[in-house]
Design a protein around this ligand. Structure first.
Ligand SMILES: [Fe+2]
Length: 446
């Protein structure tokens, strides 16, 4: 007979060790708020009960969400440990074991399939929901970011621990789907319930970014930061959002100060952190702002892993670092690697072929002054770029690069069209005003 306890939300867990279950609960809470260090707690849980299948599943899957190839040996170890325990696992846990295996293989379609099944049976499985939400983010599935949390809400209310996290996830999905009013409402509700919910804070920041409410955005990030910024593995990204608000207001000195103090103040090689660093420096690069030696540090980190990539969104940001830092050899190595990888039939192969590789070619062309080529690729790929993941705010870099390439390449009409498109979305944006003026001047002169 299988013996199981239930977690705080009534979800069955195959262990008789209360301490292990308690550690898992705490780790889950840290994971959902991106606080450090859930893995230390899971290690304690596994030391208590080495046969704790959900401990192994947690370790494998959450580690895999970092999209860092160097973690894969550890992910594999945990997947294999979980698989060896499948015989004593319940149905829900077997879904997690299969989900962890799919994470290891970067098979994001199967990741979604397995957690979906788990969540239909156990809508209060917060760990499955978070992992599936991260999958939806990594694969650019805006509607699933919105709908997956929504499907579970029938089983939740304020009395269930972690309710705020479900609201925060839904808020982000609503924002990515363009429903800004409901996104803001849900996000603010989540933060009111739990001010430490950094993802819900982030969801509201996205709404403010998309609506160009820069003064409110600056206030929103700053005023709650004491709650979520300490010892938090996601704080850098909320600070990145703060820097975008400042950037639109033309406060580039503040952006650089934020970069140094809060965004790139560690020696971290975590892909998600490097992405934000490269994306921010590239925005400054497009605006003609000198960033000193800052590219060097980011480009060095990317060079060390250029052939290891297994997530096209990361590769694209590596290319920006190489291009801006004048690293022709590294750019060529990356393009050759991507050309090989583009032949694969897995998720990353498809994302590389259809989005990652052409966008890297566009960045390479931009860096070499082949602006017409950059414009042509960006015009073609930008509408389908969601396929390689990231948020609208992150992929906005494609519009900015396209406009700048058109301006530098003398294509005033293209610049005018895309700057106009961006102005319709953000009529009060300072950046848009400048770009639209330059575009109109160029189009007129043509
Ligand atoms: Fe974001």
């Amino acid at each position: 007979m299988k013996i199981s306890l239930k977690d705080n939300r009534g979800v069955p867990v195959s262990t008789t060790n209360l301490k292990s279950l308690e550690r898992l609960e705490q780790a889950c809470d840290l994971m959902n708020g991106y606080f450090n260090d859930p893995f230390a707690l899971i290690d304690e849980a596994l030391a208590e009960d080495p046969g704790f299948v959900m401990g192994h599943c947690f370790r494998a899957a959450f580690m895999a969400t970092a999209t860092d190839k160097t973690f894969l040996p550890e992910v594999r170890k945990s997947v294999e440990a979980a698989e060896a325990l499948a015989g004593k696992a319940n149905d829900r846990e077997r879904g997690h074991i299969a989900g962890a295996r799919a994470w290891l293989e970067s098979d994001y379609d199967r990741v979604a399939e397995h957690y979906q099944r788990v969540l239909i049976g156990h809508p209060r499985d917060l760990m499955a929901l978070q992992l599936a939400h991260l999958r939806d983010f990594l694969t650019g599935q805006a509607m699933m970011l919105r709908d997956r949390p929504a499907r579970t809400l029938h089983a939740w209310d304020e009395s269930v621990p972690g309710y705020n996290y479900v609201l925060g996830m839904q808020a982000f999905g609503l924002e990515e789907s363009g429903d800004y009013a409901r996104a803001e409402e849900r996000g603010r509700q989540a933060v009111a319930l739990q001010p430490r919910d950094s993802w819900a804070v982030h969801a509201v920041a996205h709404v403010l970014e998309m609506q160009n409410r820069t003064a409110e955005g600056i206030d929103w990030i700053n005023k709650g930061s004491d709650y979520w910024s300490g010892d938090n593995g996601f704080a850098y990204h909320n600070w990145w959002h703060l820097s975008l608000f400042h950037l639109d207001r033309g406060n580039t000195a503040e952006v650089l100060a934020l970069y140094d103090r809060l965004i790139r103040n560690t020696a971290s090689t975590m892909p998600m952190e490097l992405i934000d660093a490269a994306a921010l420096l590239w925005r400054l690069h497009l605006m003609g702002v000198g960033v000193g030696q800052r590219w060097k540090e980011v480009a060095d980190k990317y060079e060390a892993t250029v052939e290891d990539g297994h997530y096209a969104f990361n590769d694209f940001h590596a290319m920006m670092a190489f291009a801006a830092d004048g690293r022709t050899a590294a750019s060529e190595r990356l393009l050759a690697t991507l050309a090989r990888r583009a032949g694969a039939t897995d998720w990353n192969g498809v994302a590389t072929r259809t989005v990652g590789l052409p966008l890297c070619q566009a960045i390479d062309a931009f860096a070499k002054g082949r602006y017409a080529q950059a414009v042509e690729i960006l015009l073609q790929v930008r509408p389908v770029a969601y396929r390689f993941g990231g948020s609208h705010a992150q992929r906005d870099i494609l519009s900015l690069t396209l406009i700048e390439a058109a301006l530098r390449g003398g294509q005033g009409r293209v610049a005018q069209a895309i700057a106009g498109e961006r102005t319709e979305l953000k009529p009060l944006s300072g950046v848009n005003r400048l770009l639209a003026q330059r575009a109109a001047g160029l189009a007129k002169a043509a």
